[in-house]
Structure formats: structure tokens, C-alpha cells
Write a protein that binds this ligand. Structure first.
Ligand SMILES: C[S@@+](CC[C@H](N)C(=O)[O-])C[C@H]1O[C@@H](n2cnc3c(N)ncnc32)[C@H](O)[C@@H]1O
Length: 189
């Protein structure tokens, strides 16, 4: 059987891949630093990032949401293959339907679903994040080198989302250049 690193590296080659290596390393390091015990991933793909969180933080519980049936099935298999099925819960469906049903709070939330939906998911992310917790939003600098005509709407959604994060007085947001841009928002209160 392939190691986790080998299977993840293979996944990097395909469409809708898992997040960049540097993005993953940074999030794992920050999650460890705050002693994260509960993690939520929105847009889990085939489960690699959720599995990495569970492997790095051996007592953490991870909730992963994925709407694509094929990827959700692959995620389920990966979660089982890498032995973290007791701590990674995969919820298959649209985050727009699932997020409002979640209660409690999370120490870390990784938002990596459809970028046009980031603004829509933000109120639930904020509600579900504990004070002192971290919301990571991936790919926020997707169009830093210019916006192709066909992607103007998507670029506008991301700009608006970034404005929302920056103007929220309950959050302190920093953008890192990892991958296509990773926003890190710490909930202050
Ligand atoms: C970039 S991939 C996720 C990669 C994953 N976070 C990782 O690091 O391995 C984005 C995923 O989000 C899923 N997705 C997009 N919109 C969604 C939504 N509204 N609800 C749930 N999943 C969604 C897509 O099906 C896709 O698998």
C-alpha cells in the first residue's frame, strides 16, 4: 500500500487537487501551536487535508464536508486506509445545507469549497469558530496576476469576501502567499 505522502503526491497531479504543500504545512503548524482539538474542513475533496490534521494531532476530531459523491467516496476510502476513521467524520452533501445544522465550536476551520460560496459560508464559519480559533480560507489570491474576462464574477466574489474578512472587527486577518493565497483569520472574541 502507498504511504499517505505518496498517495497525496499522486493527487497533486489531478484537477481539484489537494491544497499546496506549504499551505498544509503552515496550517498543521498553526493547529499544533493552538492545541487544536476540533477541526472543520469545508470542501474536503478526497480527504487528504483532513487526514493530515488527524495524523498530526492524534487526539483531534475532524469534520469534513464534501458534496461531490465520487470524491466523498474516495475520501471515505482514504480515511479508512490511513486508519483515522474513528476521528474523521465525513459529511457528504452541500455545505450550504450542512453548515447550518452544525453546532458546537471548532478550533480550526479550513474553507476550501467553491470560491463563489465563501461569502455565503462566512456567517456559519464565524459562528462555529471559538474565540482564539483560526479560520483558514484557501486560494484568496487566485487572480493576483490579473483577471481573465471569464472569471470576473469569481474574482469579484473573492474580493468581496476579503473585504468582509478585513472589515470584521471580531477577526484579525493576515494573507500568506502559500499556494494561491491563504487567508488566516484569528477570532479575537
Ligand atoms: C480544492 S478541492 C478541496 C481540496 C481539499 N480541501 C484538500 O485540501 O485536499 C474543493 C472541493 O470542494 C468541494 N466543494 C465545492 N463546493 C462545495 C460545497 N458547497 N459543499 C461541499 N463541498 C464543496 C468540491 O467538490 C471539491 O472537492
Amino acid at each position: 500500500m502507498q504511504t499517505f505522502e505518496e498517495r497525496r503526491a499522486e493527487e497533486m497531479e489531478v484537477r481539484d487537487p489537494t491544497c499546496a504543500n506549504e499551505t498544509l504545512s503552515y496550517m498543521l503548524q498553526r493547529a499544533q501551536a493552538i492545541g487544536a482539538g476540533s477541526i472543520l474542513e469545508i470542501g474536503a475533496g478526497k480527504g487528504f487535508t483532513s487526514i493530515a490534521f488527524a495524523k498530526t494531532l492524534p487526539s483531534a476530531r475532524v469534520t469534513a464536508i464534501e458534496r461531490d459523491a465520487v470524491r466523498a467516496a474516495a475520501a471515505r476510502e482514504n480515511i479508512r486506509d490511513f486508519g483515522v476513521e474513528d476521528r474523521v467524520r465525513l459529511l457528504e452533501g452541500d455545505a450550504a445545507d450542512i453548515l447550518p445544522t452544525l453546532g458546537g465550536t471548532y478550533d480550526v476551520i479550513f474553507l476550501d469549497a467553491a470560491k463563489v460560496q465563501y461569502r455565503r459560508f462566512f456567517p456559519d464559519c464565524k459562528r462555529l469558530l471559538r474565540a482564539g480559533g483560526i479560520l483558514f480560507s484557501d486560494d484568496v489570491m487566485l487572480f493576483s496576476d490579473g483577471v481573465p474576462k471569464k472569471r470576473r464574477m469569481l474574482a469579484m466574489h473573492l474580493q468581496e469576501y476579503m473585504r468582509m474578512l478585513r472589515e470584521d472587527a471580531d477577526l484579525s486577518t493576515t494573507v500568506h502567499g502559500y499556494g494561491m493565497g491563504l487567508a488566516e483569520s484569528v477570532k479575537l472574541r
